[in-house]
Design a protein around this ligand. Structure first.
Ligand code: MN
Length: 232
């Protein structure tokens, strides 16, 4: 059987220290997973269970090691925000995964940016509407190389940070997650069957803010490397 149009390319992220790449199937994102960021978004972190939203797989912008990659300022926003996040790459299929088994499903880890049209997100949120226009737009998920867990182990702590034009804007620690990675995988896999190629953006620490054309946005996790993008 012949495809009637050319298939879209498979979105993929480079593997750190290798010529290989990791093909992306789905992108899940956790909302408000650091207490201080939940407070700056106006909610009570102690009472809110984890919640999730998605981005399309082709929203990824793979940012190779040591390369600054251009990202276009998106249309229909006047408040385009950075959110630096620890990203989990799933390598093994599963549903109803127990927290104790969750690390077995992780292929590797990376650092990514959950870029956000904050004005649209808030307008939709306030009307109880879906967040896609605020979160799931083109190029909304820049991501650095994926470090295989066989090399990184399964971090439970480590500094996560983001700087705009060299000035630190976000700083936190992976250990400050309200819902740990194993807990997040356990929770998410009650609702979706996770599969190889899935990425989970685990939430952002406090200090989110706007970027404009020309800005250099750099972020990282101390044990997992860093990425940088230029807003154009
Ligand atoms: Mn986020």
């Amino acid at each position: 059987m012949k495809l009637v149009i050319a298939p879209a390319p498979i979105p993929a992220v480079p593997v750190a220290g290798s010529a290989d790449s990791f093909p992306v199937r789905r992108i899940y994102c956790v909302g408000r997973n650091y207490a201080a960021h939940a407070r700056e978004m106006g909610s009570d972190p102690e009472r809110d269970p984890p919640f999730f939203f998605c981005k399309p797989a082709d929203a990824v912008v793979p940012v190779p090691e040591g390369v600054t990659t251009d990202v276009a300022y998106p249309p229909q926003t006047a408040n385009y925000h950075h959110e630096v996040e620890w990203v989990v790459a799933i390598g093994k299929r599963g549903r109803n995964i127990a927290s104790d088994d969750a690390n077995d499903h992780v292929w590797g880890y990376a650092v990514g940016f959950d870029m956000t049209r904050r004005d649209l997100q808030f307008a939709l949120r306030d009307k109880g509407r879906p967040w896609e226009l605020g979160k799931a737009f083109d190029q909304s998920a820049p991501i650095g190389p994926i470090v295989p867990a066989t090399r990184s182990g399964h971090p439970t702590a480590g500094r996560i940070w983001l700087a705009v034009n060299g000035t630190t804007k976000q700083e936190g620690d992976l250990g400050d997650l309200i819902w740990s990675v194993p807990e997040t995988i356990a929770h998410l896999s009650k609702y979706f069957e996770l599969a190889p190629g899935d990425l989970i953006f685990t939430g952002t620490p406090e200090g989110v803010g706007p970027v404009v054309r020309g800005d250099l946005v750099t972020g990282g996790v101390d044990t997992l490397g860093q990425l940088s993008i230029r807003i154009v």
